[in-house]
Design a binder for this molecule. Sequence first.
Ligand SMILES: Cc1cc2nc3c(=O)[nH]c(=O)nc-3n(C[C@H](O)[C@H](O)[C@H](O)COP(=O)(O)OP(=O)(O)OC[C@H]3O[C@@H](n4cnc5c(N)ncnc54)[C@H](O)[C@@H]3O)c2cc1C
Length: 381
Amino acid sequence: MLMYDTVVVGAGISGCCAAFALKRKGQNVLLIDRSGMAATGGSGAAGAFVSPKIGKGGPLQALTNEAFSYAKAFYRGHFPDYFHPTGVIRIPKDAEDAKKFSLYEPYNEANYRWMDESQLRALGIKERHAGFLFEEAGVCDAPELCNTILKEVPFQQFAVEKLIYNNGSWTLLNAQRSAFNAKNIVLATGYESDLLDLRYMGIRGTWGSRGDYYSGLNLKVSMHKKISVSANIGGIIKLGATHVKSKHPCMVCDGKPLASLEEQADGMVDTSDFVLKETFCGMRAGSKDYFPLVGRVVDVPYMEAHHPNVFRGAKPPLKHLENLYILNGVGGRGFVFAPLMAEWLAALIVEGKEVDTRVDPDRLFLKWARKLTSNEQRSNE
Ligand SMILES: Cc1cc2nc3c(=O)[nH]c(=O)nc-3n(C[C@H](O)[C@H](O)[C@H](O)COP(=O)(O)OP(=O)(O)OC[C@H]3O[C@@H](n4cnc5c(N)ncnc54)[C@H](O)[C@@H]3O)c2cc1C
């Protein structure tokens, strides 16, 4: 059987970017997903806005904006047909929020300008508070983009049930006991993280909905307030997204999420001719500290067996699973983070270049182990 350099599990934006980066570094890669096409998980539901983060500086904003800079060049360079540089206006949520915008300004991603009420009105935006226009931000066509990557890397529909490591290589098995073999595995499975013990990463899902609407509204720019409203791209305006913390996907949607999106959008632009074309729902996966999870995976059963003192505050060296990597936890900004995180992961796998400590999942292990013990102690008391 063919031995791949790397099998990437999950063909959302994270797995697609990881497979793409590994292929460009010369690897023999296979991308697999339980679905027969890309972007059927969170990535298919995403509005796929690619914009910077605003705020008072801080490490997550700095990382997000570094990723944004990389992402906009990545999409323009490799997939210009599926990235629309419409610009994205950040609109204050309310009068209180508007006061904070001048405090945010020094920390803004470089290319922005203020838009006052009259400029917003001229663009068809009903808002009164001045906001920032990030001209280089934009919106991706998520499924088209991911499925174009599938044409560049070998892809197989395959639902992984089990991973087995033996003699320096991994075997991935499905329920029918079919198998693929690889030296390395990258897990990019989004909120589904039950193939290994990944509890320390605190991967959790947030359920969201988006609606695509037919409209003739001449809206040239995208915007984000509490929700996002896209520019009119080919007669379609996207509204997204709702946020519901959830462990499991919601299978029955009674339409309420879209009603709230429509109500909020109506306060931002003229929605009078909007006709619903399609509804999308999905889970996005975040980490415990909202930073992405990129790199090696700690061998939790080994640490439990050989270093039980780690659960009492000791700091032994961490043992990782051989040749096993993760790209996950990209949260509400998967399309912003994935290209740079994939590049960092590919540099680790192919060139042995350590990943940035801000995204290395190791950061979470010792804290998790200590907390686990104190929680256990508390529950025994
Ligand atoms: C409504 C909504 C709106 C959003 N809007 C934006 C936005 O505007 N901008 C932005 O940047 N982000 C947005 N996001 C977030 C973004 O969608 C996610 O961050 C991103 O899609 C995560 O991608 P992923 O590849 O990590 O996971 P996913 O897209 O969920 O992909 C995981 C894949 O793994 C596969 N898989 C899982 N387990 C297995 C297995 N055992 N075997 C085989 N395959 C498996 C699944 O089938 C799935 O295809 C939004 C999310 C939602 C839900």
